[in-house]
Design a protein around this ligand. Structure first.
Ligand SMILES: *Cc1c(COP(=O)(O)O)cnc(C)c1O
Length: 443
């Protein structure tokens, strides 16, 4: 059994996270429950910041809040001196409501609306990562109306695509995001951005993928970005002061996943920046990264209660829990794999092979195929590890299932950071038009 962060098995044979017995959490907050190991989130943040500090480069570590965007998480990010990426008005609003400093917020997205851009201008965010020409001009116009000059990075597709283990280097990358480097649109974007009076071009951004276990892709991306920066300097006399290499740093979900220590990613990126820019006689730019998954992923655990089971002799035993694809759609979406334990009997020998089903009306609603567990009974607790990223963030109300609560645990203390949805929450936005109401039908 692989235990992350402060997780351990206590003397009662119970899983304990942040010094809190998860059986107590289940009793107090109910299940399903997302549990976040606060110390581990802080540790991850510090690993990034400390590693960058040692490189001597100027940097920003921007937490990609799409991985898990709630107010308490924004407060943690602020306390750990991170910047913050947002991709919608909802994520921006969450950050602002949490008191996150606007000047450390970066706005991403391939289709920012006028409303969203105006909101971001009004709160005074630090940087827009511009994705396309329509946005470039809309942003300039909207900034002009507010007499503003805004910082921008241009998102470029460098033609490096990472698939965890292999990298595809393509001339023309087929992606909905960004300005293509190979076909000249990135260059054209620099030309236009530099001519727009209400934009201040800081540099470029690239993001090559997710759940990456090696440094080679980042090196390749830095190399392509440097070549581009040098060409732009030589042809246009424009200098970049910021290079953002995105996120995508991998984490260990299951045995066989082999992420590198955070410092190794950071050092590889910093070394590539230093050597490439030095070779081109170009001042070292400030370097920004955007970790999402690796900031919160392994700090999250989802606690469920075991309900029913169905044994098909010779075929499979299904064990159903009180959540499923509504709180964790990743297995259904990406065939993602997870490890889990029977949290209230974690010392017992695993004697059965079971598959963990959710409670949704959907055969695809499976959380884990083929998991070895002690023989589980109704009422036992199942803890699924590594659910901190893209779980609560992707949770839905399918089947009108209520989204779970989220608690932060640390040093023996558990604090609610998101309440469990109520049944009233489920219907609170529903409207019955008057013409459908009984009184008007009777007329
Ligand atoms: C999703 C995303 C990230 C974060 O990716 P992780 O794999 O969670 O680290 C960072 N930057 C951009 C532009 C993204 O789209």
């Amino acid at each position: 059994m692989y235990l992350h962060g402060t997780s351990k098995i206590n003397d009662n044979g119970h899983l304990e996270i942040g010094g809190v017995d998860v059986a107590d959490l289940a009793a107090k907050f109910g299940t399903p429950l997302y549990i976040v190991d606060e110390a581990l989130v802080r540790q991850r943040a510090r690993e990034y910041v400390d590693a960058f500090t040692k490189t001597g480069l100027k940097f920003q570590v921007a937490y990609a809040s799409k991985a898990f965007s709630v107010k308490a998480m924004c407060v943690l990010a602020e306390q750990e001196n991170l910047s913050l990426d947002v991709v919608s008005d909802g994520e921006l609003y969450t950050a602002i409501q949490a008191g996150f400093p606007a000047e450390r917020i970066h706005f991403h997205g391939n289709n920012k609306t006028e409303e969203e851009i105006n909101m971001a201008l009004e709160v005074g965010i630090g940087c827009f990562v511009v994705d396309n020409f329509i946005e470039l001009h809309m942003l300039d116009e909207l900034a002009a109306k507010k007499n503003n000059v805004v910082n921008v990075l241009l998102r470029i597709t460098p033609g490096v695509e990472a698939h965890t283990h292999d990298y595809i280097s393509t001339g023309q990358q087929d992606s909905k995001f960004g300005f293509d480097l190979g076909n000249g649109s990135a260059r054209e974007a620099v030309v236009q951005a530099s001519q727009l009076a209400n934009l201040k071009l800081l540099g470029v951004h690239s993001h090559i993928g997710s759940q990456i276990f090696e440094v080679e892709g980042f090196r390749m991306a830095v190399e392509k970005v440097t070549q581009f920066a040098v060409a732009i300097r030589d042809e246009l006399g424009i200098l970049f002061s910021v290079i953002n290499v995105g996120g995508g740093f991998g984490i260990r979900y299951v045995e066989g996943d082999s992420p590198l220590p955070i410092a190794e990613y950071v050092n590889a990126i910093a070394d590539a920046i230093k050597s490439n820019f030095t070779a081109a006689d170009y001042a070292w730019p400030e370097i920004w990264v955007e970790p999402g998954r690796s900031m919160v992923g392994d700090a999250g655990t989802t606690l469920y209660t075991v309900g029913t089971s169905k044994n098909i002799p010779g075929v499979r035993k299904y064990l159903a829990v009180d959540g499923g694809m509504t709180d964790n759609p990743r297995p259904a979406l990406y065939q993602s794999q997870y490890e889990a334990v029977l949290a209230n009997r974690a010392n017992e020998e695993a004697t059965e092979l079971v598959s963990i089903a959710g409670k949704c009306c959907e055969s695809g609603d499976m959380l884990i195929w083929d998991l070895k567990l002690p023989e589980a009974k109704t009422g036992d607790l199942l803890a699924v590890f590594c659910t901190g990223a893209y779980n609560y963030a992707m949770a839905s109300n399918y089947n009108r299932i209520r989204r779970p609560a989220v608690v932060f645990v640390k040093d023996g203390q558990a604090d609610l950071v998101v309440q469990r949805e109520s049944l009233d929450n489920i219907v609170c936005n529903d409207v019955i038009p008057e013409r459908l109401q009984k009184s008007s039908l009777a007329k």
